[in-house]
Design a protein around this ligand. Structure first.
Ligand SMILES: C[S@@+](CC[C@H](N)C(=O)[O-])C[C@H]1O[C@@H](n2cnc3c(N)ncnc32)[C@H](O)[C@@H]1O
Length: 277
């Protein structure tokens, strides 16, 4: 199996749509008449969920005339949020076919199918012409990508001059062994954690200038502690939540990341870069 097939295999979930429908119905909601807030607990697959998207996107200066690319869009929650909140046209690309299929269905259910197009493919080989996008962003995807130099070059190629590339990834900020499983990988074979300085070097080599960097360790800690409380509550986990994407060992994955964040080994980091010309 190729590395990309292994990654798709890790995320694949053939009964996801059924689980989401069931979760919505348990809350008395009709799938064909839902809002982005109804599905945010499951379609924002990154540390901090919707709040992390709000915080990250506030730095990307979107406006309604923009064509935006979401690299590794997953189910497309962030893409739908950008389309609804800022009026942008958003294209998402992701390796995992199940996520693309379910994501396009969720765009229809939320009435955003004309603004959000999700397509299956690799961030390392983008099926877009040079200079197609005003803004590109990527949330919790680089942890699966060993070829970050190529990723940065592809993003640079398809971005317009003066365009911004925003990254919100879990990065290595200290020394120590990685505890597996984690939400993005079961073993080190498909995990590609790197330091913020390494990301900056790849971006710089591709031609980007660095605009800003922000570490979000304590935000991550609060998020995982809250998630653990919900999963351990007497009522059990909520009908819709990231545990549905992370599988039967969701608790172990979340607890491993929390302990590495507490140790100062990992943290989610936001990095914003500019394609000057
Ligand atoms: C943790 S999920 C994040 C999904 C989404 N960005 C979000 O924040 O909700 C990571 C996603 O990256 C995708 N991915 C990993 N490597 C990729 C690649 N080379 N090209 C495109 N997508 C990739 C996976 O399929 C998965 O959907």
């Amino acid at each position: 199996m190729s590395k990309e097939n292994n990654i798709e295999d890790h995320y694949s979930h053939s009964s996801l749509l059924v689980s989401i429908k069931k979760g919505l119905e348990t809350q008395g909601k009709n799938p064909i008449n839902i809002t982005l807030d109804d599905i945010a607990p499951i379609d924002e697959f990154h540390i901090g969920g919707r709040q992390a998207s709000v915080d990250f996107f506030s730095q990307l200066d979107f406006d309604s005339s923009m064509n935006v690319l979401d690299l590794g869009c997953g189910l497309g929650g962030p893409a739908r949020f950008v389309a609804q909140e800022f009026g942008c046209s958003v294209t998402g690309i992701d390796l995992t076919t199940d996520y693309i299929d379910v994501g396009n269905q969720l765009s229809e259910w939320t009435g955003l199918e004309s603004k959000v197009k999700l397509t299956q493919g690799s961030a390392l080989d983008l099926p877009f012409q040079a200079g197609s996008f005003d803004v590109i962003y990527m949330m919790h995807v680089g942890m699966n990508i060993h070829e970050k130099e190529r990723l940065a070059k592809e993003a640079f190629r398809v971005l317009k001059p003066r365009g911004v590339f925003g990254i919100y990834d879990v990065m290595r900020i200290g020394k120590g062994d990685i505890l597996y499983p984690v939400p993005w990988a079961t073993t080190d074979k498909t995990s590609a954690l790197e330091k913020p300085e390494e990301y900056q070097a790849y971006l710089g080599a591709a031609g980007f200038s660095s605009l800003s960097i922000r570490e979000r360790g304590s935000f991550a800690r609060d998020f995982f502690e809250q998630m653990a409380r919900k999963m351990d509550s007497i009522e059990g986990p909520p009908p819709l939540g990231l545990h549905l994407l992370m599988g039967s060992n969701a608790k172990e994955k979340a607890s491993n990341v929390l302990s590495m964040v507490k140790q100062g080994l990992l943290a989610p980091v936001e990095l914003i870069a500019l394609k000057v010309s």
